[in-house]
Design a protein around this ligand. Sequence first.
Ligand SMILES: Nc1nc2c(ncn2[C@@H]2O[C@H](COP(=O)(O)OP(=O)(O)OP(=O)(O)O)[C@@H](O)[C@H]2O)c(=O)[nH]1
Ligand SMILES: [Mg+2]
Length: 149
Amino acid sequence: MKEQHSPRIILIGRSTAGKTTLCQRMANEELKYHKTQTVQILNETMIDTPGEYLERRYFRGALMVTAADADIIVLVQDATEPGSMFPPAYSSTFAKPCVGVVTKSDLATQEQLARAKKYLNIAGAEEIYVVSGVTGEGVDDLVRRLGFQ
Ligand SMILES: Nc1nc2c(ncn2[C@@H]2O[C@H](COP(=O)(O)OP(=O)(O)OP(=O)(O)O)[C@@H](O)[C@H]2O)c(=O)[nH]1
Ligand SMILES: [Mg+2]
């Protein structure tokens, strides 16, 4: 019989969106900034990707291959970013449940939060969570949804 495991998630979003900070927060690790250079797996459950995987067309194939290992796609959008790298209906390319996460809620205005949610809706996220990796706001709800302890 297959061993029970927490769902494996993959975080996708542009550079500095806050993917690594959120992973560290969800894993209860010390927040330590480092630029993600390559795919990193935390706690055997979180696949953290470099922003370049989304930003550069050349890496999109690698992102699809990496996402094949995941049960849930997590699209990460920085609330303070006045644009989005996610194409419309982006989630449909993965054919997996897709959760949207707006980061940097501690820095954002209501208008910025609403705009970020709209981008994630357009990208096809089925549910959207608003969090701050730095203060931890909203992270507990997300952790429950993702099936972590
Ligand atoms: N205020 C605030 N800062 C944040 C938050 N999340 C991330 N940051 C900051 O934003 C910067 C980038 O965060 P990372 O978590 O490294 O971003 P990333 O998405 O992993 O970026 P890449 O590894 O380059 O793809 C760091 O200086 C973080 O401290 C947040 O929720 N609030
Ligand atoms: Mg990173």
